[in-house]
Ligand binder design. Structure first.
Ligand SMILES: Cc1ncc(COP(=O)(O)O)c(C=O)c1O
Length: 354
């Protein structure tokens, strides 16, 4: 029995973000399973120990998983551990670390971000070169890490070969590669490859692996694939306030996600719902889907009045007001009925516009 009151309508779903979704029931079960009794705090529990093997199963024998609370924390701690105070991170202009982390990489890690404009959220070796220069010049922050996002903030994907080309290039320059994998599960599901295909096997040094968007209550993991790429991670995680005292509850969620195929089932559903939504809205006269739909994001261009009316009915964000572009995200719990109802609403509001 609880004194808490349900204060929301569990039937209401939107398309704002995959983190609007709740917790997958199998994750809730795992949390209950890890409950009761005492366990050593701060990561010395049996669940965190067991998790190492689970991550090694996906990412290879050198992988070390460092559970943290959130994605911003994973990125900031990982990048801090990969750089010295005089070094810099090359990333796309659209990278979450640049656009959506409140300046945390700069503020709390003192990181210099060297950003690159991209057409589709993806870096290439040539684009990396536009910022990877000035090595040895004391006047320039020294480029040390290339950070890429998979799936990207624009809903696009790198193939394993594209990631490999970036890693080979970065390594030739003496740089390291970090991959923000808040949606790595969506990427693997969409590409039809194991998680290690575009991480370990492609040469990525350190990964921020997303749990929250994949169905966890909260929790992400820094996954070190190249132990020589980081320094002081153990201490930096604590001083960056990302060391969970009751870590067993982060770890057991990841075990539930990754020991079997829950990660894949969840990601496949989210991706399939994005494709279904894109297919439906492409049929509506006047709606443009300007970007490829490769994972669980759909971008659309709509008249501003239609967006405003739709946003009164469903939650979603305007991506680029000037271009009239909106972003619709699907989640592990988005159903065909949710998509069909939303697409019908888009059609209705477009008809009302004409
Ligand atoms: C690409 C990317 N990286 C990282 C994150 C993690 O952010 P948070 O700190 O909200 O968990 C997000 C969440 O929106 C994201 O989209």
């Amino acid at each position: 029995m609880t004194d808490a009151i349900r204060r929301h309508d569990p039937l209401v779903k939107g398309f704002a973000s995959d983190n609007y979704a709740g917790v997958h029931p199998e994750i809730l079960q795992a949390l209950a399973l890890a409950n009761e009794g005492h366990q050593i705090s701060y990561g010395e529990d049996v669940y965190t120990e067991a998790l190492q093997e689970v991550f090694r199963g996906h990412f290879g024998p050198l992988a070390q998983a460092w559970p943290v609370f959130n994605g911003t924390g994973a990125n900031v701690v990982a990048l801090r551990a990969m750089t010295a105070p005089w070094e810099a991170v090359v990333c796309a202009e659209s990278a979450h670390i640049h656009t959506d982390e409140g300046g945390a990489p700069e503020r709390s890690a003192g990181l210099k971000l060297l950003t690159v404009a991209t057409p589709d959220g993806k870096l290439t070796p040539e684009l990396v070169d536009t910022q990877a220069w000035g090595f040895g010049d004391e006047h320039r922050a020294q480029p040390r890490v290339v950070s890429i996002t998979q799936a990207t903030e624009l809903g696009t994907l790198y193939t394993p070969d594209e990631v490999r080309a970036i890693c080979e290039h970065a390594h030739q320059l003496g740089m390291l590669v970090h991959l923000d994998g808040a949606r790595a599960a969506n990427a693997a599901a969409a590409l039809g490859v194991p998680l290690r295909a575009f991480t370990t096997d492609a040469g990525v040094d350190v990964l921020s692996f997303g749990g929250t968007k994949a169905g966890l209550m909260f929790g992400e993991a820094i996954v070190v694939l190249n132990p020589d790429a980081v320094r002081g991670l153990r201490y930096l995680r604590k001083s960056a306030m990302q060391l969970a005292s009751k870590m067993r509850f982060v770890s057991v969620q990841f075990e539930a996600l990754l020991a079997g195929d829950l990660w894949l089932r969840n990601a496949r559903n989210a991706n399939a719902m994005a494709r279904r939504l894109a297919d439906a809205v492409r049929e509506i006269p006047g709606v443009e889907v300007p970007r490829p739909v490769q994972a669980n994001a759909v971008f659309a261009v709509l008249p501003a009045e239609v967006t405003q009316r739709l946003q009164k009915r469903f939650r979603f964000y305007t991506w680029n007001e000037a271009a009239g572009e909106v972003r619709w995200m699907t989640a592990f719990d988005t159903t065909e009925a949710d998509v069909d109802a939303f697409a019908a609403a888009v059609a209705e509001e477009m008809r009302a516009q004409v």
